[in-house]
Ligand binder design. Structure first.
Ligand SMILES: [Zn+2]
Length: 371
C-alpha cells in the first residue's frame, strides 16, 4: 500500500531549521489549489492557511505544526571535499562520528560523512553530554552555503502500518494538517480553521514565538499544537493519537484539553475503529508552550514517535524515525471532528461545576449535616 500522497511527498523533502523552503513551498502550492483556503506569510515567513466555509461553530481553532527537523546547514567548503556545517536541533554528540549525511544543493542530493564535531554547546537536557552545533564533513561534491543536510537514510516507506522517514518530526504533523485542509475543502465542510506552519522549532520554537509575538493567530483563538512526540513506556506507537495534557515544560490549558477529550470520546461512540490516548508527553517541549507564555489558550495533540530525533537508542546509531499510519490517520479524523464540532470548547468552570453539582445532587449529601 502506498503512503498518503502528502506524507509521501513531504517526508521526502529536505528541511532543517531556517532552511525549510522546500517544505513551505510544497505546503503553499498545495493550499493554493484548495477551494475556500487562503494563505499568507507573517513577517517571519511562517505560513498561515485559513479555511472558511459558512462556519457554524462560534470559535475557530488554530492548529500549529513545525516544518523543520534536526539537521545540518552548510556553511562553507574548507577544501574541495570538506564542508563546515552548522547542526540545528537536539541529537546527542555520540551519534555523530562517521554518520552518513546528505545535503540538498542546487537541486540534487550530495552525500557525505561526519568527520568530527567542531563545536558542542553545554547540554540543557539532563543526561546529555552536550549539544552539537557545528561539524566538519567529507562530501562527494561542492555543497553551496545554506544547503540543508539530513541524515542519509532511505526514502519514506510504509511497512506493516509503520511509516519510516528521514524525519517525521514534525513534517508528518504538517502533512496531517494539509490533509485536514484537503478533506474540508473537498467536502465543503461548514467550518473554519487556521493552520499555522512554523519554522525553526528545533532551535527552541523560534517560529512559534515569533508568531505569538506578532499575533499571526488572533489571540482569542484556541491553539492546538500538533506534534510527533517521543514514544513513552505508557504512550506507544500504534495505540492511537494522543491528546496531550502537557509536555516537559508546561501543563496545557485544561478546558481546551477537556474539549479535545470530549470530541474524541464522541468519535469513539460514533466509530468503533477510532481509539485515542490521553497522556502527559514529557519527552519534549512543544509549541503549545510559547503560545501559553503569550497568553493564548493552548493544548496539544500528537502521535507517538519511534527513534526520536533519529536516535536509535538500542543500537546507539542514527536511524529513520517512525510513526504508525493508523495513529496518523486517526489523528486527522480527530482534527476533522474538532474543527466540525459545533459546541466548541466550553469555559472550564461552568462545565466542571455542572458535573460536580450533578454528583452532589445524586448523593445523599444531607447526611453530612447530621454527622
Ligand atoms: Zn517536533
Amino acid at each position: 500500500m502506498p503512503l498518503p500522497k502528502p506524507m509521501q511527498d513531504l517526508l521526502s523533502l529536505p528541511t532543517a531549521s531556517y532552511v525549510e523552503t522546500a517544505v513551505m513551498d510544497y505546503l503553499a502550492r498545495a493550499c493554493r489549489r484548495l477551494a475556500h483556503v487562503n494563505i499568507k506569510y507573517d513577517r517571519y515567513h511562517n505560513l498561515l492557511a485559513h479555511y472558511r466555509w459558512k462556519p457554524r461553530a462560534v470559535t475557530p481553532l488554530a492548529f500549529v505544526a513545525h516544518t523543520d527537523h534536526p539537521g545540518f546547514v552548510a556553511r562553507e567548503m574548507l577544501d574541495r571535499r570538506t564542508v563546515r556545517a552548522a547542526f540545528r536541533g537536539g541529537v546527542k554528540p555520540e551519534y555523530f562520528p562517521g554518520a552518513r549525511v546528505r545535503f540538498w544543493s542546487d537541486g540534487r542530493w550530495i552525500k557525505g560523512r561526519v568527520v568530527k564535531l567542531t563545536r558542542v554547546a553545554p547540554a540543557h537536557v539532563p543526561g546529555w553530554s552536550g549539544r552539537p552545533e557545528e561539524a566538519m564533513l567529507r562530501v562527494a561534491a561542492d555543497v553551496r552555503p545554506n544547503a540543508p543536510g539530513m541524515w542519509d537514510l532511505p526514502e519514506p516507506a510504509l511497512k506493516s502500518n509503520i511509516v519510516t522517514a528521514r524525519g517525521c518530526d514534525d513534517v508528518a504533523g504538517t502533512a496531517a494538517m494539509l490533509t485536514l485542509l484537503q478533506r474540508l475543502s473537498r467536502k465543503r465542510a461548514r467550518c473554519e480553521v487556521y493552520c499555522l506552519f512554523t519554522r525553526a522549532e528545533e532551535l527552541g520554537f523560534i517560529g512559534a514565538i515569533a508568531a505569538a509575538r506578532v499575533r499571526t493567530i488572533p489571540k482569542r483563538l484556541p491553539v492546538i499544537s500538533i506534534e510527533t512526540s517521543s514514544e513513552l513506556p505508557n504512550a506507544r506507537v500504534g495505540d492511537g493519537p494522543i491528546i496531550r495534557v502537557g509536555d516537559r515544560a508546561a501543563v496545557f490549558t485544561p478546558h481546551l484539553t477537556a474539549f479535545c477529550r470530549r470530541v474524541a470520546d464522541e468519535l469513539v461512540e460514533r466509530r468503533k475503529s477510532f481509539k485515542y490516548q490521553r497522556k502527559l508527553m514529557d519527552g519534549g517541549t512543544c509549541e503549545a508552550f510559547p503560545f501559553i507564555a503569550y497568553g493564548y489558550a493552548a493544548t496539544g495533540v500528537c502521535v507517538a514517535l519511534g527513534n526520536y530525533h533519529n536516535m536509535d537508542t538500542g543500537r546507539q546509531k542514527i536511524a529513520s524515525e517512525y510513526v504508525s499510519l493508523g495513529d496518523w490517520l486517526r489523528m486527522v479524523d480527530l482534527f476533522e471532528a474538532l474543527v466540525r464540532d459545533e459546541r466548541g470548547p466550553a469555559p472550564a468552570t461552568p462545565a466542571m461545576r455542572a458535573r460536580v453539582d450533578a454528583l452532589f445532587a445524586e448523593a445523599d449529601a444531607e447526611t453530612m449535616l447530621r454527622a
